[in-house]
Design a protein around this ligand. Structure first.
Ligand code: PLP
Length: 411
């Protein structure tokens, strides 16, 4: 008799985004004339940079010619792309990262989940609360947790609260954890990390032989020159951290799909016989076996991000969304609502007004302003009383949504 992976049954049936869709659809059906503006899901809206499109069109033409046609590429990605990334994103910032330590993939979502393939079942795992839900759910699927309690917290995970009280940066735990997920700039809070703060984590990880999973999907949104873009800007991080990056948000690749994971060759963890094993070798083995690389066309598109035009065009995209975030911050503040984030990140983290719960504020915003955001409690119990507004939208929609909110909420 066939059986299933029972761990999937531990996942909550009413996952955040389906529940949002259910409520929005019900409202839209009852109010067919309402012009709903969606500032909920973090998908980009603006078109692909011209430099990326041109590079992909050229690559398509190459595929049409027997002399330049490409079949399977290297599972780790083409060397010309890995070298550009190593040079521009890491070495130029003083990080000691080699092209051979960069693995090209079709997304950070997959990589942050797939990385668990190469780690043992008995690691103690820490996540922040609130958190990008993929980190939690993939650990549940992998059987690393018990069931969830009433607050939606899974037995066995260590939750590190991030709230206004700690400036949305988790305190370094007093207990020992083996794997730690950190995301900066943060989804959902929009918070950033200083180099000193990351150093405290690197010191902790080295002292405890832990590994940090550093998700830098939003690093392009950092405008403050004092902030680190990569955990490898901290000395010693090569020995305790894996970094995830993506072209989704800086170059609008959410539908095109290209990302990268950095696994330093100096990073090791223990096998059950007590020996030290190089994580790079395991990830290389895993990717070579379960993955056949990202399409040549898409990798050429990603490479174009590093051209002069590509840099200017991706910078313009990021600036556009950051200007949206600024409008959101300013308008909500004018409406008497407290906001965080949204300066070095495309997300504005809102304190729900009048003590409303996250879902009550969601319903109120939907019903009175026809604006959709994301309830903070959907990202974890400590997100209760908060609400995420995404800057990924057209200027027109952002301006109109904010006008509606200011009208309804300004005292
Ligand atoms: N990591 C974080 C923190 C994200 O918010 C997202 C997407 O929203 C991803 C990773 C996924 O990136 P990708 O599109 O590369 O799968």
């Amino acid at each position: 008799m066939a059986t299933i992976n029972d761990n999937y049954l531990k996942l909550k049936a009413g996952y955040l985004f389906p529940e949002i869709a259910r409520r929005v659809n019900a409202f839209a059906e009852a109010n067919p004339d309402a012009k709903i503006i969606r500032l909920g899901i973090g998908d980009v809206t603006e078109p692909l940079p011209e430099a990326c499109r041109s590079a992909m069109i050229k690559a398509v033409e190459e595929m049409g010619d027997r002399a330049s046609f490409k079949g399977y590429g290297p599972e780790q990605g083409y060397a010309w792309l890995r070298e550009k990334i190593a040079k521009h994103d890491f070495q130029a910032r003083g990080c000691d990262i080699d092209a051979s330590e960069i693995f090209i993939s079709d997304g950070s979502k997959c990589d942050t989940g797939n990385i668990l393939d190469i780690f043992g079942k008995n690691n103690t795992i820490a996540v922040t609360d609130p958190v990008y839900p993929v980190y939690v759910d993939t650990n549940v699927m992998a059987g690393h947790t018990g069931p969830a309690n009433d607050r939606g917290e899974f037995e066995g995970l260590v939750y590190l609260p991030i709230t206004a009280d700690n400036n949305f940066t988790a305190e370094i735990p007093s207990q020992k954890v083996d794997l730690i997920y950190l995301c900066f700039p943060n989804n959902p809070t929009g918070a950033t990390a200083t180099k000193e703060y990351l150093k405290a984590w690197v010191d902790y990880a080295k002292a405890n032989h832990s590994i940090i999973f550093f998700d830098a999907a939003y690093e392009a949104f950092i405008t403050d020159p004092s902030l680190p873009h990569s955990i490898y800007e901290v000395e010693g991080a090569r020995d305790c951290a894996i970094e995830f990056r993506s072209f989704s948000k800086n170059a609008g690749f959410t539908g095109t799909r290209c990302a990268l994971t950095v696994v330093p060759k100096t990073l090791t963890a223990k096998a059950s016989d007590g020996s030290d094993v190089e994580i790079w070798k395991l990830w290389n083995r895993r990717q070579s076996t379960k993955f056949n690389g990202v399409s040549y066309i898409v990798q050429r598109g990603a490479e174009a991000v590093y051209s002069e035009e590509g840099q200017a065009q991706t910078q313009a995209l990021v600036s556009f969304y950051l200007e949206n975030a600024k409008i959101i911050r300013e308008q909500l503040t004018a409406a008497g609502i407290s906001v965080y984030g949204g300066v070095n990140a495309p997300y504005v983290w809102v304190k729900t007004p009048n003590g409303l719960s996250s879902w009550d504020f969601f319903d109120k915003l939907l019903q009175t302003c026809n604006v959709v955001g994301t309830p903070g409690s959907g990202f974890g119990a400590a997100g209760e009383g908060y609400f995420r507004i995404s800057a990924f939208n057209s200027r027109e929609n952002v301006v109109e949504a904010m006008q509606r909110i200011v009208e309804k909420f300004k005292a």
